[in-house]
Design a protein around this ligand. Structure first.
Ligand code: ATR
Length: 278
């Protein structure tokens, strides 16, 4: 029987996941179906009921997107360490009656930066902007990449300090700061905008002095062309700019490999989904 997978979110009309996983399945000759499900926002327990109905129908795994990542994490029986730090799941696997929660956002981001963009982070100065769900999901893989210095800046200082405290408890070294402190910190080899500012066309208050002419700027949002952040980075003269299309495809590849035991090629799918930045 064909194995069933799906992405669940609300709204879900914009999702690229069926296209991505459909391409992976074709390329690796896996017999599976992958659909998009609009999850119910109300009542409170309707999301979990939808997931359980999908499992009862033969579902093997799900990708989870906004606004359900926290609920997916909460309903799991088993949780990976990186999902636990994020407090959020972007992928579920249904195994022997148990729901297993994973979070591949961070590992997808790091693979895109280090492999696709050829920017290994070891011994580099890395600055991450934001301290919300996207950053929580990314931090452990970022720490594993062994940057010389990892700085996380956020408007709300208490929020980023709390996050750093939690990560420090599991052995990771990083520095929390406010935007006002960045000017004195010099240039970074990589600046990652993981705030939600670009979704509303806003610019995080990052000084142009953080960008390096030999460095790069990465925007987590994708398909939004030259966001205010990328524009500032480009005007500051960075060597490379990129948006999150590669991260999107790489996190999907991680989930696919986790579910199916075979790793798909990502290059062709990334090329297909890439919208030129300008
Ligand atoms: P997500 O899950 O997308 O990370 P979130 O958890 O709501 O969303 O977090 C949004 C992040 O973007 C936060 O770090 C937020 O900063 P604050 O914690 O200080 O609010 C950040 N953010 C949103 N709009 C921003 C802006 N215009 N400038 C700077 N940071 C912004």
């Amino acid at each position: 029987m064909t194995d069933r997978y799906a992405v669940i979110g609300n709204p879900i009309g914009h999702t690229k996941s069926p296209l991505i996983h459909g391409s992976f399945a074709q390329e690796t000759r896996q017999d599976l179906s992958y659909t998009a499900i609009e999850g119910p926002l109300e009542p409170q327990d309707a999301f979990a009921a939808t997931v359980r109905a999908f499992i009862a129908d033969g579902g093997k795994g799900m990708n989870v997107t906004a606004p359900f990542k926290l609920k997916a994490f909460a309903m799991a029986d088993v949780r990976s360490e990186r999902a636990a730090l994020a407090g959020a799941a972007n992928a579920l696997s249904f195994q022997d009656g148990r729901i297993v929660a994973e979070n591949f956002d961070g590992v997808g981001l790091v693979r895109d930066i280090e492999i696709n963009l050829n920017l290994p982070m070891a011994d580099k100065r890395v600055l991450v902007l934001g301290a919300g769900g996207a950053v929580r999901g990314a931090l452990l893989p970022f720490i594993a990449a062994r940057a010389a210095e990892l700085v996380v800046a956020n408007r709300n200082l208490a929020k980023v300090e709390l996050l750093v405290e939690q990560v420090a408890a599991s052995g990771g070294a990083l520095l929390a700061c406010g935007y006002g402190e960045l000017e004195a910190m010099g240039r970074f080899d990589l600046v990652v905008n993981a705030t939600s500012a670009s979704l509303t066309g806003e610019l995080p208050p990052v000084p142009s002095s953080v960008f390096s002419p030999t460095g790069a700027a990465y925007e987590l949002a994708y398909g939004k062309r030259l966001t205010p952040f990328l524009r500032v980075a480009r005007d500051a003269g960075v060597l490379g700019i990129a948006d999150g299309v590669g991260m999107l495809v790489e996190q999907a590849a991680e989930a696919f490999a986790w579910w199916r035991g075979v790793r798909p090629e990502t290059r062709a799918v990334i090329d297909r989904l890439t919208i030129p930045l300008d």
